[in-house]
Design a protein around this ligand. Structure first.
Ligand code: SF4
Length: 388
């Protein structure tokens, strides 16, 4: 306990230290000048994860970067990329009398197609459906066991969230009345997609929490196959500044590599127990990402011997064919480009007009990790530096 308190104090004092932040800003400028002298005009670094986008925006990190160095958002927000089909399925089941569980972030996630006049689980609840917001899958497991009614969990999430589903299923804790809409996704295939299709990413700030489970080794392909400097990073402002400095240094020295900056929790191998549970319960399959489309080997599907937990199979629902996942955004929403770093939230003509945190029109405006929501709440580039 004492050690945990020490770590927390250390994190706040060291990783939010203004003098250290100023020194790093100077170092970043020095590396940038070196790059400029080598003819480099622009460096685009992807905040793969929504939480890094939050740190960058909240602490005004963009304000202290040289003008040619930009931080762009990535597809690392699990709510933003959950296909509309899953929301529509959950809404439909809720309106048919199922108890539907969801995390708070996904509660207001808007679908493309309305189901009986409802576009989200929030709408369904207003219409009288039994929709319950939970903090964790285990809360839903306990609650469903206590009432015994047919229930469904909208199981969104990345490698960090999915081990909780796998653990409860493998240990037979899930009651027979509870099934899952399995919408879990793997992040490295999305990073590969982003750098291949968008093509202008010079460096990647890789997700710290995901890497705690997967191990940092899953990001090796970025420097090795694409020559992109990659830093697995923590979530304090100094963490992000260190990552930017390392990426610029590697670019200046033309030595792209993988660095684990978040070594206070991430190893190369990751959490073996969690990874074993995931492989026992889920198959890795080609899957749809909202606003992007199909990405090979990027989703978790419940294995055949756990089919009784699969809501889509149990209730005879039909997932759309490969083409059916297209047009997964409402007209005018450019979330697909925002989460691939090809556009800023403020490039969207609907930003803070038709689409606000209070009235989200697109999926990136819902979650606390969504780039549009973060820019709307924290002011994007305009936020002042707040390192203390
Ligand atoms: Fe989509 Fe709203 Fe973001 Fe525009 S502002 S890209 S509509 S989420």
């Amino acid at each position: 306990m004492e050690r945990r308190m020490d770590l927390r104090r250390l994190t706040k004092t060291v990783f939010r230290d203004s003098i250290l932040a100023s020194q790093l800003a100077k170092l970043i400028n020095d590396y940038w000048r070196l790059l400029r002298s080598n003819g480099v005009e622009e460096v685009k670094i992807m905040n793969f994860c929504g939480t890094h986008e939050y740190t960058s925006t909240h602490y005004g990190i963009r304000n202290i970067l040289p003008p040619g160095v930009s931080l762009v958002a990535g597809p690392g927000c699990p709510v933003c990329i959950t296909p509309s089909y899953y929301v529509e399925t959950a809404v439909g089941l809720a309106l048919e009398g199922f108890t539907v569980y969801t995390y708070g972030d996904a509660y207001r996630l808007p679908a493309v197609r309305e189901v009986k006049g409802c576009r989200s689980l929030s709408d369904a609840r207003i219409a009288g459906a039994d929709v319950r917001v939970v903090y964790s899958f285990l809360d839903a497991v306990r609650d469903a066991a206590s009432h015994g009614k047919p229930s469904v969990f909208l199981a969104v999430g990345f490698e960090t969230t999915c081990p909780a589903y796998a653990s409860a299923i493998a240990s037979e804790m899930v009651p027979s009345n509870l099934t899952l809409i399995s919408a879990g996704r793997l992040t490295p295939p999305a990073a590969r997609y982003a750098v291949e299709r968008v093509g202008t990413v010079s460096g990647v700030i890789a997700p710290g929490h995901v890497s705690t489970i997967t191990g940092a080794g899953v990001w090796r392909f970025l420097p090795e196959e694409y020559g992109i400097p990659t830093v697995v990073t923590g979530f304090e402002p100094v963490d992000v500044l260190i990552a930017v400095a390392i990426i610029l240094r590697q670019l200046a020295e033309n030595k792209p590599g993988l660095v684990v900056e978040y070594s206070r929790t991430v190893t190369i191998e990751g959490n073996q127990r969690a990874k074993k549970l995931l492989s026992q319960v889920f198959d890795v399959v080609d899957s749809a990402w909202r606003g992007i489309g199909f990405i090979e080997q990027s989703g978790y599907a419940l294995q055949e011997n756990f089919a009784r937990y699969d809501a889509v199979k149990m209730f005879g629902l039909r997932e759309p064919g490969r083409d059916g996942w297209k047009n997964d955004l409402l007209p005018g929403c450019i979330c697909g480009r925002v989460i691939l770093g090809a556009a800023k939230p403020t490039d969207c003509p609907l930003f803070m007009k038709r689409c606000t945190p209070g009235t989200p029109y697109g999926p990136c405006m819902v979650s606390a990790e969504g780039a549009c929501s973060i820019w709307a709440r924290l002011g994007g580039r305009e936020r002042l530096v707040e390192v203390v």
